[in-house]
Design a protein around this ligand. Structure first.
Ligand code: G3H
Ligand code: 13P
Ligand code: ZN
Length: 333
């Protein structure tokens, strides 16, 4: 049993309370490799932003859970080396799908876990979430739950209202599970193809897709039911078109990739939304930089020569998100 407090990590409780009061959101960035982690920590140290490092099941399979946890432990020390005196870093399991997985992360030094029972029938979601909460809280590990299904073009589900979180369920769900934060569905979705072209309009000048707005009415209803309760948005990458263009002009093929406009995320961050999940944008920044170097310098074969620029690009991206979108800069001096 490893307790996250011994690793210098923090849970989300205080971060979220301050974010809800202060009208900003904590960045939740996924990482799978060293360059992503270095970039996240550098960006957060330079902006003094609290941060949630997210590890998905896919990341565990790709990089190995033990290695990722030691990397997060190292990240606290790296942050201090960079001059960040009091780093506020949370290590969080993203989309945990079983009690056993959540338990193993709690036992292994994670400071927060998500149990995603959103695809289960309501009562089963409650029972599973409650079981995880009861275990995690013994160790002061915070728990994120999810209610409502995120639409995604991957699984042929369009963003219909019926998939949005039902505000009339949130009080019962939060009370009976005891969860610390709640991910809701208001029209965001995972990946770089968040909307089908037929759900969007097109900008006549650029030909780019303009996505439909998020369901702020649902968010407002949820806030009314649970005043001050920490709300989470998944699937919140904006899919910067400059990266899509660099990828597409350097041998890639991402037709009609589209994300959530940043002004909508900025608006959400000012509300009870206090955690915003971003993964795809970092993948796009990384891929754009790598493709550019390899296309312009076909003789290059030293990974540091293309992973280095990719890391620099991710630092830029993360700082932009922190300062211009989430407003979390300066909140962890
Ligand atoms: O919500 C999903 C995250 O973007 C993680 O994605 O399962 O491919 O690691 P992944
Ligand atoms: P994106 O795919 O929009 O980056 O969402 C990431 C996410 O929600 C991780 O849980
Ligand atoms: Zn997610």
């Amino acid at each position: 049993m490893v307790n996250y407090k011994d690793l210098g990590l923090v849970n989300t409780r205080e971060m979220f309370a301050k974010a809800v009061d202060g009208g900003y959101a904590i960045p939740a960035f996924n990482f799978n490799n060293m360059e992503q982690l270095q970039a996240i920590i550098k960006a957060c140290a330079e902006t003094k932003s609290p941060v949630i490092l997210q590890v998905s099941s896919g990341a565990r399979k790709y990089a190995n859970q033990t290695l990722l946890r030691y990397m997060a432990e190292g990240a606290v020390e790296y942050a201090k080396e960079l001059g960040w005196e009091h780093p506020q870093i949370c290590l969080h399991l993203d989309h945990g799908d079983t009690f056993e997985l959540c338990k193993s992360c709690v036992d292994f030094g994670f400071s927060s876990v998500m149990i995603d029972g959103s695809s289960l029938p309501y009562e089963e979601n409650i029972a599973l979430t409650k079981k995880v909460v009861e275990y995690a809280h013994q160790y002061d590990v915070t728990v994120e739950a999810e209610l409502g299904v995120l639409a995604g073009v991957e699984d042929d589900v369009v963003a219909e209202e019926s998939h949005y979180t039902k505000p009339e369920e949130v009080i019962d769900f939060a009370t009976r599970t005891g969860c610390d934060s709640l991910a809701i569905s208001i029209g965001t979705s995972h990946g770089a193809y968040k909307f089908k072209p037929e759900q969007c309009t097109r900008d006549p000048k650029t030909g780019k897709l303009v996505p439909p707005p998020l369901a702020f009415n649902v968010l407002e209803e949820v806030e009314k039911k649970l005043p001050g309760f920490p709300i989470v948005l998944h699937g919140s990458s904006s899919v910067p078109q400059e990266y899509v263009d660099i990828i597409n002009t350097h041998g890639g093929n991402l037709p009609d990739a589209v994300g959530i406009p940043e002004d909508q995320l900025r608006k959400a961050a000012k509300s009870a939304v206090c955690k915003i999940n971003i993964d795809s944008d970092s993948r796009l920044a990384f891929t754009a930089a790598v493709r550019k170097v390899l296309a312009e310098k076909p003789g290059e074969f030293d990974p540091r020569k293309y992973c280095g620029p990719a890391r620099d690009e991710m630092v830029k991206l993360y700082k932009h998100k922190i300062i211009e979108v989430l407003g979390s800069d300066g909140k962890a001096e």
